[in-house]
Design a protein around this ligand. Structure first.
Ligand code: MRU
Length: 382
């Protein structure tokens, strides 16, 4: 059974606290917009699609509860009053994390629904209902498109390797970075979805993944997902990518994306660029797997992508269980640097230039470098 990042049961919206994984599975109830914002900002939930889903669902929950209240809240007296209530909420949710475009795409989509329903002359009740439905749709659509892009990318990659005459009798060896599976999305995953698809269709030999310091989304979350899915896998430290390529037959690197600029430059977890540079040195295909909504056509190149700087202290800490463990120890955070360091650089993401990317896979298909008019033709088909 795959892991989940968000669940709704008995009308309660809950997330798995990813700060405590893999050792402790704690569901945290999200009751308010402020709690959703805090969970995203503090990375209790993370991964570009998952944070957009939580923002959208918490927004739907806010309006569902308002609709059930008796009497209705005062902001239901007119469409303008409703607009004045919900627009600041969407703006606030948008500020939780800056790099992943999905959060902005979700809040913009909800704003568009709001304006459309108002212009159609609907009542405040039906405007609110439209927004509730749209918020749920944002979260629900994620799984289907993840499966679509995983299949597109998995089949394309397997055929490419085989037609290149490379040996892949036992299946492909694919390296990934960070965590892009069920925990980072509403289900199945993007790059980890592609790896899962290869495994399910008998086309994977092994998944390799970096630990992904300093937050260790690889060693804490991807490790847990691959183990849960029984996918053969090998963890490497972030510094071992070059050594891996020198000593093992790696067929591809597959990563997710937080934002893709119009020219194909891609922001993803810190360390992705390093892996892309070394992959190019070894002629290993480098594939980005992300929904079309991750493409930000308003941004010409990666230079314009805002890069989140995380608190310096986060780079000084590792979290987990004390080892050896007496069975009673609580989850702990351990400082691995001298206290009081004042020079710490801790960007959460880096940008891989389009020239290092072999293909971008979305739910619409595979955009291969050089096949379009631009390096990548990322214009949405719909
Ligand atoms: O800081 P995080 O853990 O939210 O970063 C996550 C990533 O960089 C993922 O690779 C990206 O969001 C794609 S997730 C399907």
């Amino acid at each position: 059974m795959a892991l989940i990042s968000i669940r709704i049961s008995d009308n309660k919206l809950e997330i798995v606290n990813q700060l405590l994984l893999p050792h402790v599975t704690e569901f945290v109830q999200i009751d308010t917009i402020e709690q959703a914002h805090d969970a995203i900002k503090t990375m209790k939930i993370r991964g570009a699609p998952a944070i957009a889903s939580l923002a959208a669902l918490s927004f739907s929950q806010h309006l569902s509860r308002a609709l059930q209240a008796s009497p209705l809240p005062e902001y239901f007296t007119s469409p303008e009053a409703l607009k004045n209530n919900v627009e600041p909420i969407l703006s606030f949710l948008f500020t939780a994390r800056p790099t992943a475009v999905n959060l902005g795409a979700a809040t913009r989509r909800l704003t568009a629904t709001l304006n459309r329903s108002i212009s159609q002359g609907k009542t405040t009740r039906s405007i609110a209902q439209d927004l509730i439905d749209e918020g749920k749709a944002i979260a629900d659509e994620d799984v289907g498109r993840n499966k679509a892009m995983s299949k597109w990318g998995g089949d394309w990659l397997f055929d490419r390797v085989k037609s290149g005459g490379e040996s892949a009798e036992k299946g492909l060896n694919v390296l990934t970075v960070c965590n892009t599976g069920s925990l980072a999305t509403s289900g199945y995953g993007t790059a980890l979805g592609l790896i899962t698809y290869l495994h399910e269709t008998g086309k994977l030999e092994k998944a390799y993944y970096t630990q992904t310091a300093p937050y260790h989304q690889g060693s804490r979350l991807t490790a847990l997902e691959l183990k849960t899915l029984n996918i053969p896998a090998v963890m490497i430290c972030d510094t071992m990518v070059g050594s891996l390529f020198q000593h093992f037959n790696i067929h591809a690197v597959a990563v997710g994306a937080d934002r893709i600029a119009k020219n194909g430059d891609t922001a993803n977890k810190i360390g992705t660029y390093n892996a892309a540079v070394i992959a190019a040195r070894h002629n290993i295909p480098f594939i980005v797997v992300a929904p079309i909504s991750t493409v930000d056509l308003a941004i010409e190149s990666g230079l314009d992508i805002p890069i989140e700087q995380r608190p310096p202290l986060e780079a000084c800490l590792v979290r987990g269980l004390l080892f050896p463990n007496d069975g009673n120890s609580e989850q702990a955070q351990v400082m691995i640097t001298p206290p009081g360091l004042d020079g710490i650089y801790n960007p959460s993401f880096d940008v891989t230039p389009a020239e290092l990317i072999t293909a971008i896979v979305t739910e619409k298909g595979v955009a291969v470098k050089g096949e379009g008019e631009n390096i990548f033709d990322l214009t949405p088909v719909v």
